[in-house]
Design a protein around this ligand. Structure first.
Ligand SMILES: Nc1ncnc2c1ncn2[C@@H]1O[C@H](COP(=O)(O)OP(=O)(O)OP(=O)(O)O)[C@@H](O)[C@H]1O
Length: 318
């Protein structure tokens, strides 16, 4: 059964006076998948640790699970699953032994444990590897074992800290897709930390963008990408073209148009598989802008005119 979680006026100040998180209230509805996204040091891990019970909020802050105050409940009593960086699997246990660990600790019967482990092996596509030792697995397989181990006791809340951080780009893509499908199938409330905007968009039904220990914006991937509330959020979620003053737009809002209002000189053009990405310098402007075209790449040095969709212009304060 998935649970709802809430951080209420939670702040976290460290012994040396560093503020990891300013007072923050955040809701994680039952069954939701939320990405905590932001640059290094913005407070993502601190937020996750407060949910986990690995850190306590400053006075006045409360952590609620299904409306119940769990602020003082230790991590092992919170009924959560965790996949943290480094995932620390037990090297002296095989795959099945790792996955079944949490169930063993809880005193689950042997038969039920075997049934649950088999189900997890199937869900994480590790069938056939049950009796392999951890050091005989690839990075991606280890990551799946860590996930299966966290999910085996059917936690109400799953917390993941940069779960795919150590893996190469292709494997990350594959695992991301698998994790999205798995979370959907299990309906578990999940919160994961990432500094990778593509990962946040691919996995999170909801993104919480953080900046300097505060929540900068919360919304669906589409909302935060298309309607960023600040320049920081806009820039963090992808390319943001500066059109002058407080006007900005995404690359896809620009198109080549002989009658367009923006004359520009092409600086560079990159083939990106399905399309070309073009960098150009607007006449009289000092910041380059980026747009995309499907065919007929322009030569560097050539001049063209660009039109911008009026509805797609973003007005963002500095
Ligand atoms: N034990 C600590 N003592 C003092 N400051 C700390 C401590 N732990 C974290 N911080 C500081 O709190 C801030 C938030 O840290 P946090 O680990 O939450 O960031 P993060 O967004 O997860 O970063 P990263 O992506 O680099 O892991 C940072 O400025 C960090 O240096």
């Amino acid at each position: 059964m998935s649970i709802s979680a809430r951080l209420e006026a939670c702040a976290r100040t460290f012994a040396d006076g560093t503020v990891g998180l300013h007072p923050t209230t955040l809701d994680f509805p039952a069954g939701s998948v939320t990405a905590l996204l932001g640059p290094s040091g913005c407070g993502k891990t601190t937020t996750l640790r407060l949910l986990a019970g690995l850190a306590a909020p400053d006075r006045g802050g409360r952590v609620l699970f299904d409306g119940q105050d769990v602020t003082r409940l230790p991590v092992e009593k919170r009924g959560i699953g965790m996949v943290f960086q480094g995932y620390a699997l037990f090297p002296n246990r095989d795959v099945a032994g790792n996955i079944g660990f949490g169930l063993e600790v809880r005193g689950v019967s042997r038969a039920e444990r075997d049934r649950r482990v088999a189900e997890m092996l199937r869900l994480t596509r590790l069938e056939g590897l049950a009796s392999r030792r951890i050091d005989q697995l690839s990075g991606g397989q280890r990551q799946r074992v860590a996930l299966a181990r966290a999910l085996a006791p059917a936690p109400g809340l799953l917390l993941l800290d940069e779960p795919f951080g150590a893996l190469d780009a292709r494997l990350r893509d594959t695992l991301r897709g698998e994790l999205a499908a798995l979370l959907e199938a299990l309906g578990v409330t999940a919160v994961f930390v990432t500094h990778d905007q593509a990962e946040a968009m691919a996995l999170g039904r909801r993104i919480v963008v953080m900046e300097a220990g505060r929540v900068a914006q919360t919304g669906t991937p589409e909302e935060v990408y298309r309607r960023p509330s600040t320049r920081f959020v806009g820039q963090f979620l992808g390319t943001l073209n500066h059109l002058g003053q407080d006007r900005f737009c995404r690359p896809e809002a620009l198109r080549v148009d002989p009658g367009g209002a923006i004359p520009a000189t092409v600086r560079a053009c990159f083939f990106e598989g399905g399309r070309y990405r073009v960098i150009a310098l607007p006449e009289g402007g000092d910041s380059e802008i980026t747009f995309e075209i499907a065919a007929s790449p322009p030569m560097p040095g050539s001049r063209l005119r660009l039109a911008v969709e009026a509805e797609a212009v973003l007005r963002l304060p500095a």
